[in-house]
Design a protein around this ligand. Structure first.
Ligand SMILES: Cc1cc2nc3c(=O)[nH]c(=O)nc-3n(C[C@H](O)[C@H](O)[C@H](O)COP(=O)(O)OP(=O)(O)OC[C@H]3O[C@@H](n4cnc5c(N)ncnc54)[C@H](O)[C@@H]3O)c2cc1C
Length: 381
C-alpha cells in the first residue's frame, strides 16, 4: 500500500475537523479515535513518507498496546498476522543478576515497516483521508489552525515523532538535557525457533542496555542504547557495546540510530487546538525505551479530545492525567532512583525470586503499572 496521493485543491477547500501530522502508531491511533468520537468528523492524516516505510525501533509491541488498538477498532489479528506471540523474557541487571520467566501477557515483535503500514491501511479503510505531505508550518488562528497556509482544521495533532516540527511550531521547548536517549538498531540472524526476548543492561555509561528481540522468522531485532548525557559516543563505540553485550549475535544488517525523548522530559500539555502525542510529547519509558503503548494511548486520548476544537488541549490534559498521570510520576521517581544501578539489580533479583515481582516489573516497564508496596518491599529486601 502507499500514500502516494498528495494534497489537492479539494483538500485545501475542505474545512477539516482534525488534521493529524504523522502516521506512526500515535497518529493512526489519534485519527481512529477522532472518528470514534465523531463518526462523521473529517479527519486528514499527513505523513512525509509513503508506506510501507522503516522506523528505527526495537519492534517490541506490548500486550497492552494491542488491547488499546483493539479498543480503537483496529483488526489486531490482521496487524499481527505472521508474527508469533512471545512470552519468555530474560532480564540481566547492570551488575549481572538474571531473571528469566514467562510474562503474564505475550508481546509481538512486528517490524515497524509492516506494523505501521498495516495500521495506516486499517485506519484509512475506516474513512480517514491520507496524504503524503511534509508539514513545515503550523499557525494557530482564533477560529482554527492553519497548516502550511494550505489546510485548515478545528484542531491539529502533532504525531510527528522525536524531532517534532509541530512541537516547535507550538512553542513547546525542546527536551532538556538528560531526558533524551540514543539507540542503534539492526537485524541479525538467529535460530528460526528463537523465542526468548533478551534485555542485557550494563553499568558502563549507565543507564544503558542492549536487546535481542526475535521476530520469529529467523531474524532478531537487536540494538543498544543509552542516555544522552556526558561526553558524546561514536556510532562505532555504540556498535561495539552492542556486540559486547550480545556476544552470540552475528552480522547485523541495517544498523541505524535514532533519538528517544523520554517521559522524564515531557512538557506540560497546553490549552488550545494543537495537541502533541507519542514521541512528540516525549512519551518514552525512561527505563525500557518502550514508546508504542504510550503513543497509542496518548493518540487515543488526543483524538477523542480534538473534536472539541478550542477546548481540546484542556480535555486532553485532564484525560492524560487521569489515565497515565500516576504511572508517569512513579516512572520518573524510579528513573531517578535507578541512577544507582544497584536499585535496578535489586529489582531484577526480586523478579528472579518471585513470579509476582516479575509480572509487576514487566507491567511497570511495558504498560501503565505503578509502584506497588510489594515492589518497594522487594527493592528494600
Ligand atoms: C532504537 C529504538 C528502539 C525502540 N524500541 C521500542 C520497542 O521495542 N518497543 C516500543 O514500544 N518502543 C520502542 N521505541 C520507541 C518507539 O519507536 C516510539 O516511541 C514510537 O515510534 C512513537 O510513535 P510515534 O507515532 O509518536 O512516532 P513515529 O513512529 O516516529 O512516527 C512519526 C511519523 O511522523 C512522520 N513525520 C515526521 N515529521 C513529519 C512532518 N514534518 N510532516 C509530516 N510527517 C512527518 C514520520 O514520517 C513518521 O511516520 C524505540 C525507539 C528507538 C529509537
Amino acid at each position: 500500500m502507499s500514500s502516494r496521493s498528495t494534497v489537492t485543491p479539494a483538500d485545501r477547500a475542505t474545512a477539516w475537523d482534525v488534521i493529524v501530522v504523522g502516521a506512526g502508531p500515535a497518529g493512526c491511533a489519534a485519527a481512529a479515535a477522532a472518528r470514534q468520537a465523531d463518526p462523521v468528523a473529517r479527519v486528514l492524516l499527513l505523513d512525509r513518507t509513503d508506506f510501507p516505510r522503516d522506523k528505527v525501533c526495537g519492534d517490541g509491541i506490548a500486550a497492552q498496546a494491542w488491547d488499546a488498538l483493539r479498543d480503537l477498532g483496529f483488526d489486531t489479528g490482521a496487524v499481527a498476522e505472521g508474527y508469533p506471540s512471545l512470552r519468555r523474557l530474560r532480564l540481566t541487571g547492570p551488575g549481572g543478576p538474571v531473571a528469566e520467566r514467562d510474562m503474564a501477557h505475550p508481546v509481538h515483535v512486528v517490524p515497524r515497516r509492516v506494523f505501521d503500514a498495516r495500521l495506516v491501511a486499517d485506519v484509512t479503510a475506516r474513512g480517514v483521508e491520507l496524504r503524503r505531505h511534509r508539514v513545515t508550518g503550523v499557525v494557530v488562528r482564533t477560529d482554527g489552525v492553519e497548516v502550511d497556509g494550505l489546510l485548515r482544521a478545528r484542531a491539529v495533532i502533532g504525531a510527528d515523532g522525536a524531532e517534532s516540527l509541530v512541537r516547535r511550531a507550538a512553542g513547546v521547548p525542546a527536551p532538556r538535557s538528560g531526558t533524551v536517549a540514543v539507540a542503534l538498531r539492526g537485524y541479525a540472524p538467529v535460530p528460526a525457533d528463537a523465542r526468548t526476548q533478551m534485555i542485557t543492561m550494563t553499568d558502563r555509561r549507565w543507564p544503558a542496555y542492549a536487546w535481542n528481540f526475535p521476530v520469529g522468522d529467523g531474524t532478531a531485532n537487536v540494538g543498544y542504547g543509552h542516555l544522552l548525557d556526558g561526553p558524546p559516543v561514536s556510532r562505532a563505540e555504540m556498535a561495539e557495546s552492542l556486540h559486547r553485550l550480545l556476544p552470540d549475535v552475528g552480522e547485523v544488517q541495517g544498523l541505524r540510530g535514532h533519538r528517544l525523548p523520554l517521559s522524564t522530559g515531557r512538557p506540560r500539555i497546553p490549552d488550545g487546538r494543537v495537541l502533541l502525542v507519542g514521541d512528540a510529547q516525549s512519551l518514552i519509558h525512561p527505563l525500557t525505551g518502550e514508546g508504542i503503548y504510550y503513543a497509542i494511548v496518548s493518540g487515543a486520548l488526543a483524538g477523542g479530545a480534538a473534536v472539541r476544537g478550542a477546548r481540546a488541549g484542556a480535555v486532553y490534559r485532564r484525560a492524560m492525567r487521569h489515565r497515565l498521570g500516576r504511572h508517569l510520576r512513579h516512572t520518573s521517581l524510579v528513573a531517578s532512583a535507578g541512577r544507582w544501578p544497584a536499585v535496578i539489580d535489586a529489582g531484577v533479583r526480586s523478579a528472579a525470586r518471585r513470579q509476582r515481582s516479575f509480572d509487576d516489573l514487566v507491567h511497570f516497564g511495558l504498560a501503565d503499572g505503578t509502584l506497588r508496596p510489594r515492589m518497594v518491599a522487594g527493592l528494600v529486601r
